[in-house]
Design a protein around this ligand. Structure first.
Ligand SMILES: [Zn+2]
Length: 453
């Protein structure tokens, strides 16, 4: 996954990768293991509270993989399973070793897998289910015999490795799926998260919604009571009606104080991306909300406003969020500063080009590897919300600097990085028309079968 934001909007699997990365986080040398430990605890709390819905979806995807694996049927008492999520930089070998599989068995299973699937093609977010036989003491006695691996490579697609008398055998299993188009809408009364929950919008879709609008919307100040959303996505089901994957958001609209913003997912020559009605890409050089917008609490923000609100001297924008909330690089660039900086507390500044820089202050911790000179990509996690330096509570202080001077981040005009033209624009309009007709058939909310494969 080259770009977190890009990956995240491209599918539920990539959303999962964001959380996998959290678990792989190691103590930051800049702040010591204790601080990093706290960050991790905060992350876990979040994971438990808000990811349950996502996990239900993911579990179903894995269930399907298990059904496809004969090695798993009739599980005996000492048959154990572990489910792993591929993280950034992981290899199948590393994952198997982490699951306590002896190296020689892992190597043999991978050799078998290679005949049907190149293990180097694994990407963050993919699920790997390891099945083994262990002694009666469970996995503790290390007497482990690897029985099989199920690698979920895509919606309804699994690479199954099983142990036969002659050694490991691999095959690809593809469950027939049908695509359903779902649509929900709603009005926001307290927060976008609550409203999405009330409308039964799956969490992965909410995260996609937040990410595609992160370039244009300040999710803390611009979302108000009375605003509304309208979202459609394609889910994959088995013919029996079991959800395989929430899939991708295909349409998203936010109406903020009467102004409607709309985005359509479209496969252009440059890859899959989101575009407005006129074919201008959603992606901008810098993010308006360089923080996980789904985690911003508007209630919290409003209460804080009298203390943290704008003054003439305030040269940035504050995002109140729970300690430990991941902070993203607003754009591609190089780290120009990473460390303590007076009243800013723990601070990172990124240089995007000769003129533009962004700065992030009051962090609790800087992500490992984020040091002066390091390259960062838009959407990559660079640190975590804290309250270091002169700060009255956990928040991110965010600045955009042009030629070394702070400007109002909300006023910086940004041109889309991609604009559809010519034939591609014409194809986009045709596609948009057909999608809109499908959405009109559904009405304001509902779900319809679109196709089978
Ligand atoms: Zn501030």
């Amino acid at each position: 996954m080259r770009r977190y934001a890009l990956g995240a909007v491209a599918g539920g699997a990539a959303v999962a990768a964001g959380f996998a990365a959290i678990h792989l986080m190691e103590p930051s040398p800049a702040t010591g293991p204790r601080v990093a430990q706290q960050v991790e605890e905060a992350e876990n709390e979040y994971t438990a509270a808000m990811i349950a819905d996502w996990e239900r979806g993911a579990e179903k995807a894995v269930d399907l993989a298990l059904l496809a694996s004969p090695g798993v049927r009739g599980a005996s008492r000492n048959r154990e399973q572990r489910e792993l999520v591929v993280g950034r930089g992981d290899t199948v070998m590393r994952l198997l070793l982490r699951a306590d599989v002896p190296r020689n068995q892992a190597a043999a299973a991978i050799a078998a897998m290679r005949k049907v699937y190149d293990p180097r093609r694994i990407v963050p977010g993919q699920k790997l289910v390891v099945t083994y036989l262990a002694g009666d003491a469970g996995l503790e006695d290390r007497n482990i015999s690897l029985r099989g691996i199920d690698l979920v490579t895509g919606p309804g697609k699994t690479v199954v490795v099983t142990r036969k008398a002659s050694g490991y055998r691999a095959r690809r299993v593809e469950a027939p799926t049908e695509i359903r188009l779902a649509r929900v809408g709603g009005k926001i009364s307290s927060s976008l998260y609550r409203a999405a929950e009330k409308a039964d919008m799956p969490l992965p879709i909410l995260l996609q919604l937040v990410r595609v609008f992160s370039w244009d919307v300040d999710f803390q100040r611009e979302i108000r009571a009375g605003d509304s959303f309208d979202v459609a996505w394609k889910s994959l089901y088995t013919p029996e009606g079991l959800l395989v994957d929430h899939g991708d958001m295909v349409y998203a609209s936010l109406t903020l104080r009467g102004k409607r913003l709309e985005l359509y997912r479209f496969e252009s020559r440059h890859g899959t991306d989101y575009f407005d009605r006129k074919g201008a890409g959603a992606r901008k050089p810098l993010l308006r909300t360089p923080i996980d917008g789904a985690r911003l609490s508007s209630r919290y923000g409003k209460r804080r406003h009298p203390i943290l609100g704008y003054t003439r001297m305030h040269r940035g924008v504050d995002f109140a969020a729970r300690p430990g909330t991941p902070i993203f690089a607003a754009g591609d660039g190089r780290v120009a500063y990473a460390g303590r900086k007076g009243t800013y507390g723990i601070y990172v500044r990124i240089r995007h080009n000769e003129r533009y820089q962004t700065a992030y202050a009051h962090m609790r911790a800087i992500r490992r590897g984020i040091r002066r000179g390091a390259r960062v990509n838009q959407g990559q996690v660079i640190g975590y919300v804290g309250s270091t330096g002169r700060s009255t509570g956990p928040h991110l202080h965010y600045e955009i600097l042009i030629d070394g001077r702070q400007v109002n981040p909300m006023r910086v005009a940004m041109t889309p990085q991609l604009r559809l033209k010519g034939e591609e624009l014409a194809a986009f309009h045709v596609y948009r028309g057909s999608l809109e007709r499908q959405l009109a058939r559904i009405g304001t909310s509902g779900i319809v079968k679109v196709s089978s494969r």
